[in-house]
Ligand binder design. Structure first.
Ligand SMILES: [Zn+2]
Ligand SMILES: [Zn+2]
Length: 326
């Protein structure tokens, strides 16, 4: 028994039912044992039996894009830059503060159960070279002042609120970079979660700070984020929005089933007028895609209008979180 009085171990079949009841339309993946379980889940996926419309990172090229975008090098470059900052999010605990009826409310804290989603590094928050009297705010440094680092790199990661709900979950979360093929499993650079800076339950988005103690990784990631934002600014300044809103293509980058990074392409089929003004699209997603960036081609004038993926109603009716601006 755990200290809060609930059994931490349940037979797998009961746990699977609990997970099913807990997640609704949101698309996280779960793992109760070794991570090789994730590939089995992908093989026996009951949403998309073939996954043939998902494109592995190594196979993505400009010919994968809709015809009118194939010659646009700046669009291809932006998607590549977004691929390089997209992360697999792993959350090892679930908050008891999730409200009743909300995704994973019934799960409670259950040792050994990992949740998987996606996200992207949106900005660099603190450079590794910054010098002041503070120490790194990560759980490891905070709980052991004797080894607390005086230099660290800090980043903001965007994901869905149902993936990282609050500070407790942030402190039990990590982000893995460059998980681009199954060969990368266990070898990826990792960021450690700290706290939720901003989030909204109805809009289904979270901005979470993550840190690294690795100076090389910090500098490399700062450069990648800066490159992505420069490309976005360049496209925004062109105001390249001459496309019918109902047929605008979307590109989603995510980690379906908590496995390697994939790209999926589709079109926006519906868009809500009231909050959350989420978009519904045909681009394929699966459990584990929650939180991945949804790039809407032709909407570059809205600089930060890249919502995380949120949920799914059918194979071709997948939808985003609120495409918020600030
Ligand atoms: Zn699937
Ligand atoms: Zn630290």
């Amino acid at each position: 028994m755990s200290w809060w009085g609930m059994p931490t171990y349940l037979p797998t079949s009961l746990l699977l039912i609990l997970i099913l009841l807990s997640t609704g339309e949101h698309e996280m993946e779960f793992c109760t044992g070794d991570e090789s379980e994730l590939l089995t889940k992908k093989t026996f996926c009951d949403k998309d039996s073939t996954h043939e419309e998902f494109i592995p990172v190594a196979d993505f090229h400009s010919g994968c894009l809709p015809e009118s975008y194939r010659e646009k090098q700046d669009v291809f470059d932006l998607i590549q830059a977004a691929i390089h900052i997209t992360v697999r999010v792993v959350v090892e605990e679930t908050s008891l503060d999730r409200p009743e009826g909300y995704t994973c409310h019934k799960l409670g804290r259950r040792g050994g159960l990992k949740r998987f989603g996606s996200g992207w590094v949106w900005s660099s928050f603190r450079s590794f070279s910054t010098k002041d009297k503070e120490t790194c705010p990560c759980k490891e440094c905070f709980t052991n002042k004797a080894v607390a680092r005086s230099q660290w790199g800090q980043f903001i990661v965007r994901t869905a609120k149902h993936v990282i709900f609050d500070d407790f979950e942030a402190q039990h979360a990590s982000c893995e970079l460059n998980y681009d093929s199954e060969d990368c499993r266990g070898k990826c650079d990792t960021l450690l979660g700290v706290e939720v800076l901003m989030s909204d339950i109805d809009g289904d988005f979270s901005e979470v700070t993550f840190v690294t103690h690795d100076s090389d990784l910090s500098r490399k990631l700062e450069a990648r984020v800066s490159h992505y934002r420069k490309l976005f600014n360049k496209l925004g300044s062109k105001n390249n929005a001459a496309h019918d809103a109902e047929t605008q293509p979307v590109v989603i980058i995510s980690h379906p089933h908590g496995c390697s990074k994939q790209i999926s392409i589709g079109v926006v089929s519906a868009e809500r007028d009231d909050y959350p003004r989420n978009w519904t699209y045909t681009a394929r997603t699966c459990p584990g895609s929650s939180g991945g960036p949804v790039l809407r081609l032709g909407n570059w004038s809205l600089l930060s209008c890249v919502p995380p993926h949120s949920g799914s109603r059918t194979l071709e009716m997948n939808y985003s979180s609120e495409p918020w601006l600030f």
